[in-house]
Design a protein around this ligand. Sequence first.
Ligand code: KG4
Length: 343
Amino acid sequence: MGDKHVTILGIESSCDDTSAAVIRDGVLLSNVTASQAVHEAYGGVVPELASRAHQQNIVPVVDQALKRAGVAKEELSAVAFTRGPGLMGSLLVGVSFAKGFARALGIPLIDVNHLQGHVLAHFIKESEDDHDQPSFPFLCLLVSGGNSQIVRVKAYNDMEVMGQTIDDAAGEAIDKCSKVMGLGYPGGPVIDRLARQGNPLAYTFAKPHIEGYDYSFSGLKTSFLYSLRDWLKDDPDFIEHHKEDLAASLEHTIVEILMKKLRQAAKDTGIKEVAVAGGVSANNGLRNAFREHAAKYGWKIFIPKFSYTTDNAAMIAITGYFKYLDQDFCGIDLPAYSRVTLK
Ligand code: KG4
């Protein structure tokens, strides 16, 4: 340590991306991610293959992150790692590496909640004069393959889940519908691309009717599946003939479901700073809906750069940075957790 800088190495290995990033005084110096193509052939992430790939990738990824940052390991102030939620076998690789690395260097360890990382990705500065950040309190729509929730962010370390999915996540619904259409995994980017060429009002699918700010996507998934079955009876090539309209209508329905509850939450709380985070925040339909809401309701919106939408260590490092300022460290005996919510 020694100097006055706070330099954090962040490590992320919760699913199928091995990532390491270095942040100094809140400014990102490097963010290196190795993705795992091995899962493509299986239509989803295979946990055992993911943890093996993490083991192969973790050392070179950390090495690259330090080199690109121009930071020697002795200059690090602390090591921050994703503790969970995620796949246990994947998490263990990053957690074990972080513990060993921090212990060898004699520096503190910081555990990071992956979901908190997604939200705080909005505070990553790419340069000293990067000041486009939300102010507290703001709302964050956190939408990924495993989560769909509306978070009221009161401070870096104080977040309240106002509502969340009671069954599938939005990304999960997109992935499953795309699988039914034979479009491969992950479905999000393909659906997004096809949707740009289709009619969003071509088909209607079931929307949930639940109280409060909670979401539900399993009914939509079933409605999509059953509608498709009926249409395929009349035209065996229905999907091929209508894939753009199907993708556009599916995306439109999901975006409408997400925005309706978010709109309500913004109205009820009177909060006008609204952010979006997580893998599904890469979706162009959702991004456009945010822009439309900004124009219509006077929201100040925060849409992450594409590189911070999917899993990355930069968001873990920035969360670690804030926890470092609070001297919020963890012990070497802290276990990983596969399931956890935001606190
Ligand atoms: O946050 P994330 O990388 O990790 C998990 O939660 O696992 O989110 C992945 C999810 C997947 O469901 C993927 O299909 C979805 O994000 N996704 C998208 C897009 N890019 C990724 N969904 C819609 N449109 C996209 N462009």
